[in-house]
Structures are given as C-alpha cells and as structure tokens.
Design a protein around this ligand. Sequence first.
Ligand code: CU
Length: 477
Amino acid sequence: MKILNLLSKITFVIAVLFSFTLSLSAQSVDEGKTLFNANCTACHAINDKVVGPALKDVSKRREEAWLLKWIKNSQAMVKSGDPIAVQVYKENNEGIMTSFEQLSDVQIKSILAYVKAESEAPAAAPVANATADAATATTASNDGDWKSMINWLLFIIVALLVFIITQVFSILSRIGDIQGKPVVNWNQLNSVLLIVFLVVGMGAIVWEFSAHSKHTIFNYGPASAHGAEYDDMFMITLVLTGVVFVITQILLFWYGFKYKSDGKRKALYYPDNHKIELLWTVVPAIVLTVLVIRGLIVWNDMMYPKEQNGRKIEIFAYQFGWNARYAGVDNKLGAHNFREVGVINQLGVDTNDVNAYDDVVTNELHLEVNQPVDLAFRAKDVIHSALMPHFRVQMNVVPGLPTKFSFTPTVTTNEMRTKTGKPTFDYVLLCNKICGSAHYRMKMKVVVDSKEDYKKWMSSQSVLVANKTANKAVALN
Ligand SMILES: [Cu+2]
C-alpha cells in the first residue's frame, strides 16, 4: 500500500512538473516567435539559407552555451579564435551577423525554443507527400543540371564559331594583301549585315511580345482606383515611342545599307533645314507636354487627395524586410523616437505619445477594399523603394525623409484569385532598390480584404502599447 501511495505521489509531482515545463515552453515559443520575426528573419529562415545559414536543428549541432555567446556577439567569438565560430564564419563567406547584446539569456532561449519547435514542425507532414516532393525535387534538379550543361555546350560552340570566323577573315584579308586586291568587299558585307541585324532584331521584338506578354501583370487589370488611368498612360506612351522607334530604326539601317560607300559617290553637304528642325522639335515637345500634364494630374491626386479621410498606415522599411503600422481607431499615427528602438519595438514608436497607444504593427499589409489609404513611408537604414505593381504604385523610402502617397484598392485578394485563376495568388509589396545582399527577398504580403474580413483581421491583432491603451480613453476625453 505504501509503495502504491508513494508511486501515486511521484506521478502527481511529475505530472505537475511536466505540465509546468510544458506551459513554460509554450509561452517562450510564442515570445521566441515574436523575437525571431523582429530580429532574425532579415537574415535567417528555418529551412532555407538566406544571408545566414538555415537554422533548422541548430540546437542539435551546437551547445546551448555556445549559441548564447554566439548570438550576443558572434564577431567577438570569431576574433577570439573559437574553432566552431571561425568555421561557421568561413562557411558563410565571412558574412557578418549583427550582435544582439541587448537580448537576455531568457529571450535567446525563447528564440531557440521557437527554432526548435519549427524544426520539428514539418515532420508532421504526410510521409507519402514528402517522398513524392523529394522525387520531383530530384528530377527538377536533374533537369537543371542538364539545362546548365546544354547551356555551357552552346556557349562553347558559339565561342568556337566566333573564333573560326575571325580566323577565316584574317586569312582572307592576308591573301588580299598578297594579291594586292581585297578578296572580301567589306562595305558590301557590312551593309548586308546591317539589314540582317534590323530584320533579326525586329523579329526578336515581335517574338518577345507575343511569347511573354501573356505573363505580365497587365493581363488581369489594375487593382486600384487610379490604375486604369495609369495603364492608359503607359499604353499611349508605349505605342507612341514604339512607332517612333520602329520608323527611326528602319531608316537608320536602311540608309546605312543604301548609301554604303562604293568609292564613286561623294557625300552631299547638307548643313541644316529650319523647317525640319522646327518640326522635330515642336511635335515631340507638344506630345511630351500632353503626356506629362496627364501624368501630373494623376500624381497630384495621389500626393494631395481631395478627401482627407484615408486610413493612415505607415510602411517601415529595413534591411531586409517591411513592417506596416496602423493608426488604430483614432486614425493618428503616434510619433517615433529612435531612443525607443528595441528588440520588440523595432520601429521605435514613441510609447509616451497618446496617439501611439492604439497603433498596431504587423509584417503583413492588410487593406480594406474601396477604402482610401494614406501610406507614409519611413526607412531605418538605407534607401529602399516600395513597389506594389498590382496597384500601379511605387515610392522611394528614404532614411530621414518622409514620403507618402494615397490610393484606393478596388479588387480584393479573393476576387483577384478568381480573376487570375491562381488560387494561391497574393498581392506583394517589393523593394525596388538594390539595398544589400538580401534585397531580392525583401517583400511583404499584401492582402485586400472585404470590409468584414478587414474588421475581423484587425480585431485579432494586438496593439503595440497594450498596457496604456486603457488609459487612452481617459487621455482622449
Ligand atoms: Cu530594400
């Protein structure tokens, strides 16, 4: 009896301990996720190499003490000659990881707990699927190998051909020298090559348009109120310059062919003609003025909207990612203060500003359909550029220089999925300035919601300065 009693007590204690550790780790995984997203995703992913290596199973290959030291200051470890640190540093082309001295041991442990949880997560995926994926992955990479081999072969063949042709011509010209009479009529040859170039080049343009224009985003129309106007201007400019391009190129190459030197004809001296000069100055000037004025009207609509009721959102750019900050119910963005930049408050939102209390920071941009938005842009480090191609908008994001524009999204993500026939379609906000090594992956998902969905999503987000939000009501009254 005694033993049974003891056993049950032990089980109870173990159960309590177990549930305690469970809830502890669950909590820290959540915190770890927040910290990881705020500090590490610029350079790391769990399963992929980004700037730094994939962090999957990092706790298995390194000691915890080593990881704590590394994350706080990896360069110090490399400099002190720690063999593993030096190896990791070398293996990653001596990329420099930011120091995180401001992270506490507990915070780093939470991050590692999150990384561990994520490392184990995909194992739950159906095995059959995984093997099938693996199989397609290997065939795909085999295909890739073949393609790159064929490309190299083509390259070598072309290089050899160029070499042989130049050799043949140099021999021919030597023979000409010896005979005292050129074997090749260079003028004749070059003038024919001009026409060949013209025909091949124009053919390539036609092919390019017919083969690839079906892949451009112009095929399913703009997703913003001003988008149709923008597309109109784009098409008019493209057609006008296209016509001029075709005419001038044909004239250029045809004249080169027709008036090749035959040794007999003398060039006509034709200094100027006022009528022609006037024509080709005034006509383009008028055309350009019309185009620019029309563009200015659209530009002014976006920079200085007539109605000031747009929803205020701040777009924050850093190497290498984006955040969106929503102004909350008061539709006023709180101020920011660089002194408050921290591991959680990456944007340095001024937590003492009443207007900041209800601000919400996310790394996904949600917009409500048919609701005007005023976007304000801020950069942390270098110049970025926010491009949202489906909405036909783009704006530079410059440190210390606020920029902005307003627009109205008109097509929800779901509608666009039907329109494009792609069930996984998502709008994006991309960086359009080469801003550093991971520039290519600096993008943020953009979701256009219906009114209801937007409300639902917004209410699921937590405000930045949670403990002060209650005071806000008082402050506002
Ligand atoms: Cu960038």
